[in-house]
Design a binder for this molecule. Structure first.
Ligand SMILES: CSC[C@H]1O[C@@H](n2cnc3c(O)ncnc32)[C@H](O)[C@@H]1O
Ligand SMILES: [Zn+2]
Length: 432
């Protein structure tokens, strides 16, 4: 058994207190085995956390990791125009290799900013899985099905592929990859397909992940067509359940919040994307007060435009206060919990807490930056002042993915160069 000792730092505990402690990791099982006062534990290898803070690895609950290739490609538009005029046409040109290269770039960015788990929606999922395998992180992956604009055969094929990918890929990368069935949204997948395939996903025990109630442009036609709120419709077709989580949920009324709470359906809140596309302000404090599990996601790098979960925590706190018209809403401890244990709960992984028995998924932050001085309250710093560049080491499943800012799992420069070349060629193809 090889044991790694994370030593000399302060540790963020599950109750959001911070104490001086060492953390012992069993690298064969990938678990945390002990958290004890400094000097009481020994390991075969050490990770120096002096003057640092050990925190659970951050969980990005909703992203499209390969969209890094489209970062800055189309900005300053609302969701529908952005997708239809810019993103979907260029995505039509993406090759499997582009998706691999984009995913590698996104994963390097995540490892460098302390994210150890992500929930992704995209296509060419085998390529994303291969990148995740190499990155050493955990991921919930799936093929996202869209049926609008397709003939019956094409639509059915896409939804079947979502089911098959979820069945086939579950447990890959030594169990670091799990899967979800992924209808893209309530407007882009036809009712007949939801009614037919959601029960199949349930029968196969597959969790479900989709976009929902993101914009008023999406909500209003659904209300008009079905005569009920979108999440009442989602419940009617069997989508709301304990192992379902919905990205966005910006425009949800009290009935829908109650439905989410009653059914145990989770929410992946994407504050930066919701602000950038001017989709609206999600009622996060009301969701939390109702008992809904709310995690945080960056969404893709084309609508954010980075994958830094520290930025996302800060954005979640800021916009959460505005939405509630209450400065005490979505407080610092709350956003840290959302980005760690709540995200882990949505993804169905035993991570998000530094405690014996939990997965050894953690990040060590340096606390010596001027922006983190003075250190009155380190939870406040995590929520409001830290950035991904303060992360010194990243560990997932007991393996060191970044040591002293050196990414060990990829050649960072080569990944960046390949990404630039693929992005250039992609844009050339799309504009011809
Ligand atoms: C078909 S794969 C997933 C699909 O989702 C698109 N996408 C990216 N961001 C959003 C968003 O905020 N709402 C809805 N859909 C989004 C992405 O470009 C892919 O086409
Ligand atoms: Zn999304």
């Amino acid at each position: 058994m090889t044991e790694l000792l994370v030593t000399g730092g302060q540790v963020l505990r599950p109750d959001m207190t911070v104490e001086r402690a060492d953390v012992l990791v069993d690298q064969s099982s990938g678990d945390i085995v002990a958290v004890e006062s400094p000097g009481e534990l020994a390991g075969d290898d050490e990770l120096d956390a002096s003057d640092g803070l050990v925190v659970p690895g951050l969980v990005n609950a909703h992203t499209h990791v390969a969209m890094t290739l489209l970062r800055g490609y189309a900005d300053d538009k609302p969701l529908d125009a952005w997708l239809q005029e810019d993103i979907w046409p260029v995505e039509g040109e993406l090759t499997p290799e582009d998706v691999r290269v984009g995913a590698e770039l996104g994963l390097v960015e995540m490892v460098k900013s302390g994210t150890t788990a992500l929930s992704d929606m995209y296509f060419h999922v085998d390529e994303i899985a291969a990148a995740v395998e190499q990155a050493g992180v955990r991921a919930v992956l799936g093929h996202t099905a869209v049926t609008v604009g397709k003939d019956e055969e094409g639509a059915r094929e896409d939804v079947r592929q979502s089911l098959e990918t979820a069945r086939d890929l579950d447990g890959a990368a030594d169990g670091r990859i799990s899967t979800t069935f992924q209808p893209h949204s309530l407007t882009t997948v036809g009712e007949e397909y939801l009614r037919e395939y959601v029960p199949e996903a349930d029968a196969a025990g597959l969790p479900i992940h989709l976009h929902a109630n993101e914009t008023t442009d999406e909500v209003e036609p659904l209300v008009e067509e079905h005569g009920i709120r979108p999440l009442e419709y989602a419940d009617d077709v069997g989508l709301l359940a304990e192992d379902t989580f919905l990205a966005h949920c910006v425009h949800v009324d009290e009935t829908e919040i109650d439905l989410l709470a009653e059914t145990g359906t989770g929410v992946a809140h994407c504050p930066a994307s919701n602000m950038k596309l001017a989709s609206g302000m999600a009622p996060v404090q009301r969701l939390l007060d109702a008992g809904v599990t709310v995690g945080i996601g960056t969404d893709g790098a084309a609508s954010n435009n980075d994958l830094d979960m520290f930025d996302e925590m800060r954005d979640a706190a800021m916009v959460g206060k505005l939405a509630a018209d209450d400065a005490s809403a979505v407080a610092a401890e709350t956003v840290v919990e959302m980005a760690t244990e709540n995200g882990a709960e949505l993804l169905g992984i035993d991570s998000g807490r530094i405690e014996p028995g939990a997965n050894a998924d953690l990040a060590v932050l340096s606390l010596d930056a001027p922006r983190l001085t003075p250190a009155h309250d380190l939870v406040s710093h995590l929520a409001y002042a830290a950035t991904g560049s303060d992360v010194r080491h990243t560990v997932c499943d007991g393996e060191v993915l970044m040591r002293d800012r050196d990414v060990t799992v990829f050649d960072e420069d080569a990944v960046r160069e390949r990404a630039q070349a693929h992005a250039d060629a992609l844009v050339d193809r799309a504009s011809n």
